[in-house]
Design a binder for this molecule. Structure first.
Ligand code: FES
Length: 129
């Protein structure tokens, strides 16, 4: 296990906190599983990347918070079933496929994640940083 100390911010409407990151094969421990409530979104900054963690219909998604259209922050948007609606121009992206509903070739960026030891881990590759 590669353990290193980094600044890690959890930013949402409620709190900002810093923790020490523990990294394992580029998976970064971000939250306790129970901290992500059904139907909620949490904005994280992992090594400078804005990553939005979402739990919807029992499924977890980790996406880049920047809309592929013009970069607006999805964290200010809404969830509609398994779609996320961008707050700027109301484009709707399917969280399962990442596709924009009117132009499937335009996709949001998703990150691999896993649950281990009661925590949610997100994979951030070196080249993503
Ligand atoms: S920036 Fe997201 S729909 Fe335009």
């Amino acid at each position: 296990m590669n353990e290193r100390q980094n600044l890690f911010d959890v930013v949402d409407n409620i709190f900002v906190k810093q923790i020490n990151m523990v990294e394992l094969d580029n998976f970064v421990s971000v939250l306790a599983e129970k901290e992500l409530q059904e139907g909620s979104m949490k904005l994280l900054k992992i090594q400078g990347l804005p990553i939005l963690l979402i739990k919807q219909a029992g499924q977890i998604y980790a996406i880049d918070n920047r809309c592929p259209h013009m970069g607006c922050a999805f964290s200010g948007g809404t969830l509609d079933g398994t779609k996320i609606v961008c707050p700027c121009h109301d484009w709707r992206f399917d969280l399962k496929t990442g596709e924009y509903e009117k132009e499937p070739s335009m996709k949001l960026v998703s990150y691999e994640w896993k649950i281990e030891s009661g925590k949610i881990w997100v994979k951030v590759d070196e080249e993503d940083e």
